[in-house]
Design a protein around this ligand. Structure first.
Ligand code: ATP
Length: 444
């Protein structure tokens, strides 16, 4: 078996949070919190997730635009193929340990393309010089040779060699992204990391650029790490996809399988948000409410449990899943002081309704999508009793009461990775008991 071009193991990037006059560290934003994946030669791996999941931080940590907090990034390109581990277990191709010279060489072999092509160019530099700049930096002093290489590349990305002397403002967004691709290719890299390369472009132009990336990948034998928040873009361009949520990879597998047989509820929810003519690929109707929580204080257990539509019910309980989700949301809102009984009273009165205790309870049921009666005596009692405590002005006790009575395993246990088929893994407690993935050596 050939070695992957890139092997990322347990990569972490934690940003320190500092406070006070002594700038003391009081916590950390765990933007990337232990991710592992490989990219084979010629392969495109997608990294998908909502805004704030840590995709860009992952990309810039891989390429060392940011210094990773921990983990290993083994890059076997640039003539560094077939290296073996050192006796002390470190790897000679570990980018995180490269010195300046090795880093410079690595940056020849791994290039980045960013979302906004407009801000990636100096408006005073011709696009030919912008594309050729890296050749100069990396030692090619013959400017006629540089020009010939750049003109050829401009043609390969669908522009003309005659565009060499033109300036960025003379080009559209799509054309600028073509120029950015030419610039990324000029040093003949093995890997391109593209961070949302089409999301700033019109939909009609997106397809053209995706198809260009596809062609270039084939022509140049490139590997790609392709970052996007958009599942439909991922489907068009990627071979495999890693789904990222709050600093972690929750599912990884071949694109075809992930689209037809998603295993993690977060993947289902992302898929559900794209319109598709293929009924097999649609898991419609799942609404991802709210936003990704802060990585400073991620939820316990499975990080997705606070938004998950499949969150597990306690042993022996079998109530309507929407009621269960609603009850957990209610518990969370009470715990964080976001249920304001006075406000409910006022809004009932403003609507011409008498704010009786019963009306307030009904209003809360509606607000949290909890049915008229939860089909489990204990849970129904937990709800009504906590509302009674809130009505009595005892919010703290209501919070404690719900915490004791409304619990899900998903908040308590960190899910292990489960293998569904070769190459397809996810981390969800619902699959516990099925074959676990081989332990990741970097997790030790
Ligand atoms: N320098 C920083 N200091 C503290 N927190 C940061 C820093 N940079 C990013 N973060 C936090 O890390 C998390 C991940 O951010 P990141 O930009 O990597 O996510 P993303 O998935 O790429 O989202 P987007 O598509 O919006 O860029 C976010 O919560 C963000 O606020």
């Amino acid at each position: 078996m050939t070695e992957p071009l890139l092997s990322v193991r347990d990569l972490k990037k934690h940003y320190p949070i500092r406070k006070g006059i002594f700038n003391r560290q009081v916590g950390a934003a765990r933007a990337v919190d232990g991710i592992s994946f490989d990219i084979e030669r010629g392969e495109t791996l997608g990294l998908v997730g909502e805004s704030g999941c840590g995709k860009s931080t992952a990309a810039s940590s891989v390429i060392r635009l940011e210094e990773p907090t921990a983990g290993e990034v083994v890059f076997n390109g640039n003539g560094r193929e077939n290296a073996t581990r050192n006796a002390d277990g470190t790897h000679p191709n570990d980018v995180t340990a490269f010195d300046d010279e090795e880093l410079k060489a690595f940056r020849r072999g791994a290039q980045m393309v960013f979302q906004d092509p407009s801000s990636s160019f100096d408006p005073r530099m011709s696009i030919g010089n912008a594309v050729g700049e890296l050749l100069k930096i990396h030692g090619m002093s013959d400017r006629y040779r540089r020009r010939a290489i750049v003109e050829d590349l401009l043609e390969r990305v669908g522009l003309s060699g005659n565009d060499f002397d033109r300036y960025p403002h003379e080009f559209s967004g799509g054309q600028k992204q073509r120029i950015a691709l030419a610039r990324a290719l000029v040093l003949n890299p093995d890997l391109i990391i593209a961070d949302e390369p089409v999301s700033a472009l019109d939909v009609s132009i997106q397809a053209e650029i995706l198809s260009l990336i596809d062609d270039l990948q084939e022509e140049f034998g490139l590997s790609l790490l392709f970052i996007s928040h958009d599942m439909s873009v991922i489907r068009q361009i990627c071979d495999r996809v890693a789904v990222m949520y709050l600093g972690e990879i929750v599912e990884i597998g071949p694109v075809g399988e992930i689209f037809t047989d998603p295993q993690h509820p977060y993947t289902e929810a992302l898929l559900s948000s794209i319109p598709t003519p293929d009924p097999r690929a649609s898991v419609g109707g799942i609404e991802l409410k709210g936003t990704v929580p802060s990585p400073t204080n991620p939820p316990s257990g499975c990080r997705f449990h606070t938004r998950c539509h499949r969150v597990i019910q306690p042993e022996g309980v079998d109530v309507d899943q929407d009621d269960w989700r609603g009850l957990l949301n209610f518990r969370e809102s009470v715990a964080t002081g976001r249920v304001d009984i006075e406000q409910v009273r006022e809004s009932l009165t403003a609507g011409g309704e008498e704010p009786t205790d019963r009306a307030i309870q009904a209003e809360l049921r509606e607000e949290f999508d909890i049915g008229d009666s939860i089909g489990d005596e204990d849970l129904e009692e937990a709800f009504t009793e906590s509302v009674r405590l809130l009505l009595d002005g005892n919010a703290e006790r209501a919070g404690q009461f719900l915490e004791e009575r409304v619990t899900t395993p998903c908040a308590q246990t960190v899910p292990e990775r489960t293998v569904h088929s070769p190459d397809h893994e996810s981390a969800c407690l619902r699959h516990e008991g099925r074959a676990s993935a081989e332990p990741n050596p970097a997790d030790d």
